[in-house]
Design a protein around this ligand. Structure first.
Ligand SMILES: Cc1cc2nc3c(=O)[nH]c(=O)nc-3n(C[C@H](O)[C@H](O)[C@H](O)COP(=O)(O)OP(=O)(O)OC[C@H]3O[C@@H](n4cnc5c(N)ncnc54)[C@H](O)[C@@H]3O)c2cc1C
Length: 381
């Protein structure tokens, strides 16, 4: 057993950290106010190979492991969890197409996905089905040339912003086996978007409903096989959950680093506040939370990379554990900043707002508990 990162992995983390510090952090607050991320950022991201992190090199990707990806997203989130997480969703789409698409499908979508000429969104949630995703109702009926889509997707990160949408649709009967995965390109007739949602956090990235009204797409926009879409969507989420956890970890680490520095400067009762043992113990508790979260996250990623039979359970456990600890730490960091933590200039309140949604999306933390306990009960027999 070796807990150390390789030299290459250290370099991946440092590269993503440096990129974020130069290109994302100085703009994060402005992008949050503007409610969008300039598209000019993405070619620069792609130049570093982060447009198709785990897409194979044959199609222009970086062919990195899931563990490597957690390093990328932890590092990027230290500059802005909202921007890093948005990129993680694009990469989740790339991973699904790479893993399940035919050679023709991969050739069709992956080169532009990897260069980020096309930014991708992931569309599973609907107004009437969130946690119970297999109850989705957006239909894709067969036509002579492909499929005709009707229905609405809710809460889509990049809705109205992205260039292509990976959409889970119903091509068959009720239940998970009636679901397929298709790609819908921006500009397709019958594709439209709801108003931008006004959110607590992740404000830099636009979120909107995605609507399909007699939206015709060609047959070769199907990913993999009909009826396997729910399996693909869940497989995408295994890795997606690791990245959502990694982003939460990066945000919380940035808050803790800032807090450690602040506590050495801020004075109360004649000394710097880092001299109060009660607060030193809080620092220690936060350090333990983030280090244990990081170890657990990397173990889950390692299991996914090694196709361990319990990988999905570990991804769910890591998502639950890491995002809960990360939010607690960020919130504690705000407390340790006193009133200044509540001011936007100090950067902590944004991290708290951004990290809250990591406990909700890509499966709520209640659903993570459901996945874990279900597998425990199954194993017991
Ligand atoms: C900012 C943001 C961005 C998002 N981006 C995307 C995206 O890009 N693509 C996408 O497809 N979706 C996206 N989502 C949707 C997100 O994944 C869903 O909101 C989430 O899965 C929960 O679904 P819901 O909101 O319908 O809650 P519900 O399913 O209605 O749940 C309500 C509450 O009930 C609990 N609950 C439900 N069922 C159970 C159960 N069986 N046992 C115990 N508790 C239960 C839930 O945990 C929750 O606390 C995004 C959401 C947000 C807020």
């Amino acid at each position: 057993m070796d807990f150390a990162l390789s030299e290459e992995q250290e370099a991946i983390f440092d590269m993503a950290r440096a990129f974020g510090a130069e290109h994302i952090a100085p703009n994060a607050r402005a992008w949050e106010n503007e409610g969008t991320i300039p598209k000019a950022l993405w070619p620069k991201v792609a130049e570093l190979g982060l447009g198709g992190v785990y897409v194979s090199e044959d199609y222009g990707g970086s062919g990195l492991s899931r563990l490597d990806a957690t390093l990328v997203f932890e590092a990027l989130a230290m500059s802005c969890p909202a921007v890093g997480s948005f990129l993680s969703i694009h990469n989740m789409c790339g991973g699904m197409i790479d893993k399940f698409g035919s050679d023709e499908t991969k050739e069709k979508w992956l080169p532009d996905l990897c260069t980020m000429e096309k930014v991708f969104s992931y569309c599973l949630t609907e107004p009437g089905s969130g946690s119970d995703a297999a109850a989705l109702r957006t239909r894709a009926d067969k036509t002579d040339s492909g499929y005709r889509l009707n229905g609405t997707k809710a809460f889509i990160s990049g809705g109205g912003y992205s260039d292509a949408y990976v959409v889970m649709v119903r091509t068959g009967d009720d239940g998970p086996k009636g679901i397929s995965t298709v790609v819908v390109e921006d500009g397709t007739k019958g594709l439209s978007f709801g108003a931008e949602e006004d959110k607590m956090g992740w404000r830099a990235q636009p979120t909107a409903q995605v609507q399909f009204d007699d939206c015709d797409i060609p047959a070769d926009n199907l990913i993999g096989e009909e009826g396997r879409g729910f399996v693909y969507a869940m497989a995408g989420l295994d890795g997606g959950r690791l990245n959502i956890a990694a982003s939460a970890l990066g945000g919380a680490q940035a808050a803790l680093d800032a807090t450690l520095a602040y506590m050495g400067e801020r004075k109360a009762f004649g000394r710097s506040i880092d001299q109060f043992q009660a607060l030193q113990f809080r620092l220690a508790d936060m350090e333990v939370k983030l280090q244990s979260a990081r170890t657990f996250l990397r173990q889950a990623a390692w299991k996914l990379d090694n196709k361990s039979p319990d990988a999905s359970k570990f991804c769910a456990m890591a998502k639950l554990y890491v995002t809960d600890r990360a939010f607690e730490v960020a919130n504690d960091c705000l407390q340790l900043h006193g009133g200044y933590g509540y001011l936007a200039d100090y950067g902590i309140e944004k991290i708290v707002r951004d990290l809250r949604v990591h406990q909700i999306l890509e499966g709520t933390n209640e659903i993570m508990r459901l996945i874990v306990s279900r597998q425990m009960l199954e194993a017991r027999g």
